[in-house]
Unconditional design. Sequence first.
Length: 407
Amino acid sequence: MSRPPDPPALAGWRADTPGCERLNHLNNAGAALMPLPVRQSVAEYLALESEIGGYEAAEASDEALRDAYAALARLLGAEPRNLAMQQNSTVAFAQAFAAFDLGPGDQILTSRADYASNQIMYLALARRRGVEIVRAPDASEGGIDPQAVRELMARRRPAILALTWVPTNSGLVQPAETVGEICRDAGVPYILDACQAVGQMPVDVRRLHCDYLAGASRKFLRGPRGVGFLYVSDRALDAGAYPLTVDMHGATWSDPDDFALAPDARRFESWEIAFALVLGTGAAAEYALAVDIEVAHQRSWTLARYARERLAAIDGVRVLDRGPVLCAIATAELGGRPAEAVKLALRARGINTSSPARDDAVIDMDDKGAVSALRVSPHYYNTADEIDAAVTALAEVMEAIEPKDRS
């Protein structure tokens, strides 16, 4: 493909991202650089806490906090009542699972490429509760096969279908909307991990038909680290769903032996949350809306496609991304060189990447014959020059590092 041109808005995005002046940050799937309005919102709230007290600051910021939920809801096509703030996306995903009383005979239907923390969660439920895990096969072109999902459901109705929209070690975009339609038609609860989707592509919970959606602030949304969120559908709320360990924020202790649930998704929250980070997440959602999520989508995906082409041209590099739809993540195996060592060598040159290993995605990495990989994840504020610089540096670094990883 031709070299992606710089859009007119780029200068403003980069001016709002001071880290761009000294870093080539291509690790947005890990934690993106926060724009100034996000950093300022967090800092201002922490300053207020130090001046008037933590409880008092939360009460004084009630309207701003409501606005943060509202901004995030607009980004997701949801209503504020359907959102619960969490410590991170994994905790949000676990809270969704905690709404189900799973036991022997219950089945979790999932994919072969789900996030490692989620796979471990399924395995823990299998070990402790006797739950059965079924991984739907992939289609020939890559990604979960929707027809196989239909056939598996027709044979036996699962208790839950759980899917990671964008895996951690690949640019694959799973067909989340199609899977959602299948779950809707079959009446199967659908939990979607969107931690690496929100911020780099349009997300509309109405089109996804999910019962729960977990997300992170720090990744492509460009919010602060240490906070995530959970979308809970009206369908789940109306059915009375709540997590196993609901607390006094999610419910009211009404009688010695009874409690009354909060009417909205706050029943999935804890009473003690990081209000500064909630405001930062709201500011990040506002910023994403101002940029225009479709602009971010097209720009970041185009840069990743350019990165794959440049990576593939390096001798010894094997691009690993596979699937009918690929996103703003490019991954490559480096001819047996340990990706962790390469990542650190690039970081020493001011270039940030990531290095997923086999234990981040055992099934997928084994299928691809890779022990580790280098992950390059550009965002809309990155440039083609930065991709070029990273590829040039990678070729030089690879010359200095001996191959060690063997599949």
